[in-house]
Design a protein around this ligand. Structure first.
Ligand code: AMP
Ligand code: GLY
Length: 420
């Protein structure tokens, strides 16, 4: 099969790595890719948010299967265009990706299907939102309604902070995403990510993970795209995952199908778990980054078969071959991220690191310059390892981190620490 992967982050490197291991794979192209992806696949420059450009590219290169990594092409309708052209594609339609692209749409679906989530109210004016916040009190959560690259959420500890967030959003801090806002009940508990493949009818859980959103050790500092992750997430044990599937994911999949906009792809449910009861924080219409890296490390080549079965509507009877293993990824970021950071520093020592089914450094923001790997993004490397225990995987990952020679880099030293 000729396969095209869209995206160029650590998530896509791990997808390409897993797909490469499957004997079904013939030609493998990733657009735009990065320096690490270029070591194991062809890369191509392509505007991946342009549905026609992607479809033309796929036809010209005789692509049999397209895997869409990030949310922006989904929301732009790339999956729709590919399917209209008869090209098999992993990723939801634009209408279904609204589960991520519009927080008020997610709430509408949750309420229609009875999936438990935080109580909320939606506002298009600051004054009404502020009155509501004063009446509710803190802690309280304020969100820009649209896609804001994971940054449009303010968990306010005080009413003053929440009021400030309202002004911030309406003053355009998140662009068009902030033309309306949601004010939500603050949910207590522990967070975990639940990944389920769905073909629009059947749902197949493929793993759990836990992200580390804050920039610094001890969950201090600003929110980031994610500084590390591990899988499985012990808090999402078998019984809790079964409840999340029955009470949240399946009703959502049924509601989307009932509306004539079936969801096909991976549905990533961000859950808040309190005393074994899961509630929905948010949906994403794609794999998490860096959660995908730990999932792919555990799934390996079978990930391709599962994604194809999902895209072909054949999830009935599909199974995941689980190993009783653990994976962890440590994100190495440019110093300063998520704020301003320097670009172009050289990373040394990567060639000497092991590369096998227990060890892998996935690249995110890297570019090859004169044969050297340079840092060109905020999140730059995902140092990933697998083991029989989380502690074993963690030790392997940090042993690799220690051997990366990159003085301009920054990483958290406590990924997974809450489990020890
Ligand atoms: P989101 O972008 O919706 O995932 O929100 C970012 C983060 O804000 C989540 O991962 C949670 O940590 C937190 N959060 C969002 N909504 C709530 C809520 N209703 N209660 C508590 N925490 C929340
Ligand atoms: N790591 C969080 C996300 O991908 O949304």
């Amino acid at each position: 099969m000729n396969i095209l992967v869209l995206g160029g982050g650590g998530r896509e490197h791990s997808l390409v790595w897993a797909i490469r291991q499957n004997p079904k794979t013939d030609r493998l192209i990733c657009a735009p890719g990065n320096a690490g992806i270029a070591m194991i696949a062809e890369t191509a420059s392509l505007n991946i948010e342009d549905p026609d450009a992607v479809t033309d590219f796929a036809i010209r290169h005789s692509i049999d299967f397209v895997v869409i990594g990030p949310e922006a092409p989904l929301v732009a309708g790339v999956a729709d265009a590919l399917r209209n052209a008869g090209i098999l594609c992993f990723g939801p339609s634009a209408a279904a990706a609204r589960l991520e692209g519009s927080k008020s749409f997610m709430k509408e679906i949750a309420s229609a299907c009875g999936a438990p989530t935080a109580a909320h109210a939606r506002f298009e004016s600051a004054d009404a939102a502020k009155d509501h916040i004063r009446a509710q009190g803190a802690p309280i959560v304020v969100k820009a309604d649209g896609l804001a690259a994971g940054k449009g959420v303010i968990v306010a500890a005080t009413v003053a902070e929440a009021l400030e967030a309202v002004d911030h959003i309406f003053q355009g801090a998140f662009g068009a995403a902030g033309s309306s806002i949601l004010v939500e009940e603050f949910m207590r508990g522990e967070e975990a990510s639940f990944f389920v493949l769905t073909d629009g009818r059947d749902s197949l859980p493929i793993g759990t993970a836990r992200d580390h959103k804050r920039a610094h050790d001890g969950d201090a500092g600003p929110n980031t795209g994610g500084m590390g992750a591990y899988s499985p997430a012990p808090i999402l044990d078998e019984a809790t995952a079964a409840r999340a599937l029955e009470e949240i994911v399946k009703p959502t999949v049924e509601e989307m199908a009932r509306r004539g906009t079936p969801y096909q792809g991976v549905l990533y449910a961000g859950l808040m778990i309190e005393n074994g009861t899961p509630r929905l924080v948010e949906y994403n219409a794609r794999f998490g980054d860096p959660e995908c890296q730990v999932l792919m490390m555990r799934l390996g080549g079978q990930a391709l078969d599962l994604m194809i079965a999902c895209a072909e509507g054949r999830l009935t009877g599909a199974r995941v071959n689980w190993a009783d293993d653990h994976a962890i990824t440590v994100v190495m970021a440019s110093r300063g991220y998520p704020g301003a950071y320097g670009k172009g520093s050289v990373i040394r020592g990567l060639d000497a690191l092991p590369r096998d089914s227990f060890h892998m450094v996935f690249h995110a923001g890297t570019t090859a310059v004169d044969g050297r790997v340079t840092a060109t993004g905020g999140r730059v490397l995902n140092v990933t390892a697998r083991g029989d225990s989380l502690a074993g995987a963690r030790d392997r990952a940090y042993a690799m981190v220690d051997r990366v020679d990159w003085p301009e880099g920054h990483y958290r030293t406590d990924i997974g620490a809450r489990e020890f």
